[in-house]
Design a protein around this ligand. Structure first.
Ligand code: ZN
Length: 142
């Protein structure tokens, strides 16, 4: 078993360890999967979702559009437990809405989120980046 964080063969960014149980819910053709040792690539610019050494599963091999990848459309999911998409990122109350649902119904990020981790941190990051971009655009217009 290897415990160091492996680097994505496409973008060279460090990946996050991912369980096979998580991957099984996201990979279209699970017969292509080996038995463990995969990592998740969270780099928005990279189309690799899962990798193990040189072996990769790219966004087109995943059954749902991942909103965290830049190449995804507005319908790319950012909360996989409750099906919120990139198109609602403008909503400042989004994180609160998700938290209320989690409080009431729980969450299964371990299976539903492609990274196996809760999406809220990523959503906050994307919302912050979106705001900064908008500010940047305002200043450019002057
Ligand atoms: Zn990558």
């Amino acid at each position: 078993m290897l415990f160091f964080s492996a680097k994505c063969p496409a973008c060279n960014q460090k990946g996050q360890k991912v369980e096979n149980d998580t991957m099984i819910h996201h990979v279209k053709d699970i017969s292509k999967m080996g038995d463990g040792g995969y990592s998740y690539c969270s780099n928005p610019q990279c189309n690799v979702v899962y990798f193990r050494d040189k072996e990769v599963f790219t966004t087109d091999m995943i059954n749902k559009e991942i909103g965290f990848k830049n190449s995804s459309s507005d319908q790319g999911a950012v909360c996989f437990c409750y099906n919120y998409t990139k198109s609602v990122l403008y909503d400042d109350a989004l994180v609160d809405k998700i938290n209320i649902r989690i409080d009431n119904y729980g969450s299964r990020c371990d299976l539903r989120s492609p990274s196996g981790k809760c999406c809220i941190k990523e959503i906050k990051k994307m919302q912050k980046e979106k705001k900064e971009e908008e500010l940047h655009d305002i200043f450019k217009e002057k």
